[in-house]
Design a protein around this ligand. Structure first.
Ligand code: FES
Length: 101
């Protein structure tokens, strides 16, 4: 099994019941997935994208986390935020504009 260099977990607000309920889903976080997948492929970044359950930072959603860097991001409102995060990743940095501290 080939493991990806980076793994993005995008909160889609899934709860234990399987039902998506929460801020990120209501703010349409699932719509970020196709753009993120395409942007990663276009940039040639070896990464996997997974839709995730609640990341417990609901008040700052839509949220995502990137491993192994353990970079947590919030207020991901659209493609501009994804672009900024991937620009930073390619530079080996955390994107300060969206970083959760
Ligand atoms: S619903 Fe996304 S962090 Fe809780």
């Amino acid at each position: 099994m080939k493991k990806p260099s980076h793994h993005f977990f995008v909160c889609c607000s899934f709860r234990a019941s399987g039902e998506p309920q929460g801020v990120c889903h209501k703010k349409e976080s699932p719509s970020l997935l196709p753009y993120l997948e395409t942007d990663l492929a276009d940039r040639g970044i070896d990464a996997q994208v997974t839709s995730a359950g609640c990341l417990k930072v609901c008040d700052r959603g839509p949220a995502l986390v990137v491993y192994p860097e353990a970079h947590w991001y919030g207020n991901i409102t659209g493609p501009d935020a994804i672009d900024a995060i991937l620009d930073a990743l390619e530079s080996g940095k955390e994107c300060e504009e969206y970083a959760l501290k």
